[in-house]
Design a protein around this ligand. Sequence first.
Ligand SMILES: C[S@@+](CC[C@H](N)C(=O)[O-])C[C@H]1O[C@@H](n2cnc3c(N)ncnc32)[C@H](O)[C@@H]1O
Length: 255
Amino acid sequence: MDTYNIFLEYYDKIVRWINSPLEDEVEFLSKLIQKYMQKEIQSISILETACGTWVVAKEFEKLWYSVIWLDINPKMLEIAKNNLDEKNLILWDMTNFSLQKSFDIILCNYNSICHLLTWQEWQNFFTMSYNHLNKWWILIFDINTLYEFESITRDFAQFYTFWDDTVCLEMFKKTWGNNTDSPTIFYEWLIKIFKKAPDWRYDLITENVKENSFPINIIKKELKNKWFKILETIDFHYWEVNEESERVYFVCEKK
Ligand SMILES: C[S@@+](CC[C@H](N)C(=O)[O-])C[C@H]1O[C@@H](n2cnc3c(N)ncnc32)[C@H](O)[C@@H]1O
């Protein structure tokens, strides 16, 4: 499923300039990878799934020689192509891909896994990662927790101003399916962009982006079922994972 087609113009500005500065994230990920690397840095092979526009990837390319990037959105990859070697960019769904190659590290960063709406898709991503990892090497991904989605849904609308344009982000809790006793829940961003038109009026452009999450204990159980050993879970902001963690990293070893 494509995401962020309209929001794309503002994505890096909001995500990397404001919400989660690029330097912090690259430093965090580099330290994490170096903690678990078992050989020379230059010889480590990395697959970054759901790579987005390249910003994190570009920093990785400076540090590691062998990186392949994969994303489902051609528009994201179009931006990435301006900055990265095209042959290393792959348009593919991370729940179903086959690269005929295995890697030392598979990375799925900035809660990209939350764009997979069903538990089956999360399971498929874990299977794909397992299949494409070298033995004893690691999968790193992070989630927005259910606690975080519930807080965003309840608490606020976010406003960002860029020159003459204003972007408003709100999240709503939604359900789908016919089973009213046990409806399937997901969370949906409503992105409203007030874009200045040449005649001094504003055009309102909207886009919806769906996300989902699952309880940490269920994710851990599934990873263990899939023969991963969980090396650690980390709260991105406070290190210790607790019930009010908003963003949690999982570091898992292929057994
Ligand atoms: C929140 S962005 C994160 C981008 C990047 N990882 C970063 O750190 O900036 C989520 C990305 O996941 C991608 N995505 C969503 N579903 C996907 C899927 N099934 N397979 C591959 N990529 C997917 C989107 O196209 C988008 O680029």
